[in-house]
Design a protein around this ligand. Structure first.
Ligand SMILES: Nc1ncnc2c1ncn2[C@@H]1O[C@H](COP(=O)(O)OP(=O)(O)OP(=O)(O)O)[C@@H](O)[C@H]1O
Ligand SMILES: O=P(O)(O)OC[C@H]1O[C@H](OP(=O)(O)OP(=O)(O)O)[C@H](O)[C@@H]1O
Length: 209
């Protein structure tokens, strides 16, 4: 039996579709359900529905053998897992953004305040890339509100279409990382469970189609 941690939320549909299309499972895991553990009747695969930020934790501790999670989460949490495949779904990017037209002024400011869901990515970017110390305010969502209301100067956040930024009078200042969902594997499971290779190969074929 292989246990797979799937992210509840935006990635659920595309992630479950990969397994559905690959014929690895016979149940419809995309059906809306409150069940947090879903087992395929054939008994080969079991799915855990967890919060995106918890996927690497379940995989690192071996509760799940593998998981699907955004690269943003992997960059932020830095867990000891193997990143095996770029699944080419959930594409977006992480950006430094702020009020439209104020880029030069704010980048010159000496004591910058940055609001973000990603404090580690933000700290790493400002310290290692720009060589600056900044004050970071951790938020859990609606990050675009922070510079509008004066909580921060700028934000580091996910951008996909750019619509949320636009509709709130903000713009991208710098693109930091391209993001997509990744397949991650527990280190011991990869050595001990030979069936994992079959699942990985199947998913790889799905991505190439
Ligand atoms: N607007 C977006 N477009 C495309 N992909 C996105 C977008 N926002 C987030 N993602 C990707 O989808 C993943 C899951 O996002 P989702 O919005 O479901 O959860 P979350 O808001 O990060 O977590 P939580 O449920 O804990 O608030 C993210 O980690 C990222 O990789
Ligand atoms: O560029 P866009 O296509 O507008 O997408 C970007 C938005 O999507 C995500 O937010 P989400 O919808 O997950 O809400 P959240 O603010 O609660 O995290 C992200 O944090 C941006 O706010």
């Amino acid at each position: 039996m292989i246990t797979i941690a799937l992210p509840k939320g935006r990635l659920t549909e595309e992630a479950t579709e990969l397994f559905q299309r690959s014929s690895l499972i016979s149940i419809d895991i995309s059906q809306e359900t409150r069940k947090l553990v879903l087992e395929d009747p054939r008994g080969n695969l079991r799915f855990l529905m967890v919060k995106p930020f918890d996927v690497p934790t379940y995989v690192e501790y071996g509760i799940a053998d593998m998981g699907i999670v955004g690269k943003d989460v992997l960059l932020e949490v830095n867990k000891k897992v193997y990143e095996l495949l770029d699944l080419k779904i959930g594409k977006c990017f992480i950006a430094l953004a702020g009020p439209k037209g104020l880029r030069e002024e704010l980048l010159k400011k000496s004591e910058k305040i940055i609001a973000t869901k990603f404090p580690n990515i933000t700290k790493e970017y400002f310290e290692n890339v720009l060589g600056e110390d900044v004050q970071i305010i951790k938020l859990n969502g609606s990050v675009e509100l922070a510079p509008i209301l004066g909580l921060s100067d700028m934000i580091v956040d996910i951008v996909e279409s750019g619509r949320t930024l636009r509709e709130n009078g903000l713009e991208v200042y710098e693109k930091l990382y391209d993001i997509s969902a990744r397949l991650i594997i527990n280190r011991a499971s990869l050595k001990l469970k030979s069936e994992i290779e079959g699942v990985v190969n199947c998913l790889e074929r799905m991505i190439l189609q």
